[in-house]
Ligand binder design. Structure first.
Ligand code: BDR
Ligand code: CA
Length: 302
């Protein structure tokens, strides 16, 4: 299996992505690093521990990361993910505490210990931790296999600004550091994640499997419906990172040169395709129904 680190702000869709990774024998999860985003750092860290406890995988360590963006106060928690950030679903309390080392320190040590190019980072939240690694420990950052990040939007409207997606908007300076670092990066933007949508029917199929992870994901999606006026279907943003890693052939990839808008304007976190930008691989299309099938099949196998 491929060694991965999940950097995350759970988050309902983060939680679904984490459960998908736990159900996938293709991945060996070295650790989960947390970041403030959907909700504050204490809650995202606890939620990561709750998910691992639920799956019986508390052998996987959790490392607390950035409490706020690189240069600005943290965003107000979104109300999209419920009070506890994860839809109030029935997850156990973690038995294992988060580790005492910080996320960035541990990640740096891991990358220096493992052979270069063998650890991938799945980034599901604001890019603060990864930017810190690039800035503070560039020798370690250079050894990342690749970063697959849910974030941004290329051809469509944003979800928090006219052209801005939440993860890049929440810490645009960090996004700029990561994108312009030139590290191997696959971006999975809203253009794709909006096309991998859970319907009520999909949710019912998951519960009907009777399998624990699939049923938990059904509960998470149900709670995701409760926080929205959109009752037809809900987009599964973060799991698209895992789905891309599992089945790249389901996605269309474009090589684009990208720039990230920084600062405190309404364009913060917006991406522009520009000759002078940094080359990034961007997923711009997906076979949504095959992606959903893969998600359901993998969850039901656990
Ligand atoms: C991203 O923002 C968060 O609310 C989700 O967890 C996802 O990572 C989508 O824009
Ligand atoms: Ca997220």
């Amino acid at each position: 299996p491929r060694k991965i680190v999940i950097d995350t702000d759970p988050g309902i869709d983060d939680a679904i992505g984490i459960l998908l990774a736990l159900a996938s024998p293709e991945f060996s999860i070295a650790g989960v690093t947390t970041v403030a985003g959907n909700i504050g750092i204490e809650t995202t860290t606890r939620n990561a521990g709750r998910l691992l406890a639920f799956a019986g995988r508390e052998d996987i360590p959790v490392f607390k990361g950035a409490a706020a963006p690189l240069l600005r106060p943290g965003p107000e928690p979104l109300n999209l993910h419920g009070k506890d950030g994860i839809g109030g679903v029935g997850l156990p309390a973690p038995a294992r505490q988060p580790e005492s080392r910080s996320a960035v320190e541990w990640l740096g040590a891991l990358l220096l210990k493992e052979p270069a190019g063998t650890v991938d980072i799945f980034a599901l939240g604001p890019l603060t931790n990864i930017a810190r690694l690039v800035l503070d420990n560039p020798d370690a950052a250079k050894r990342i296999g690749r970063i697959i990040a849910m974030g941004g939007v290329i051809y469509e409207a944003g979800n928090v600004g006219p052209r801005s997606e939440f993860n890049l908007w929440a810490d645009p300076e960090a996004a700029d550091v990561v994108v312009s670092s030139g590290l191997p990066l696959v971006l999975v933007p809203l253009d794709v994640t909006r096309r991998v949508r859970a319907t009520r029917e999909f949710t019912a199929t998951l519960s009907a499997s009777g399998k624990p992870l699939a049923s938990m994901v059904a509960d998470l999606i149900e709670s995701y419906f409760e926080t929205s006026t959109h009752q037809e279907s809900r987009p599964l943003h973060d799991p698209c990172v895992m789905l891309f890693a599992l089945a790249p052939d389901l996605f269309r990839l474009e090589d684009l040169r990208l720039k990230v808008s920084t600062g405190s304007t309404e364009q913060a976190g917006a991406l522009t395709v520009d000759e002078s930008g940094t080359p990034v691989q961007v997923a711009t299309g997906v076979d949504g129904s095959s992606a959903l099938d893969l998600l359901a099949r993998t969850l039901a196998s656990f």
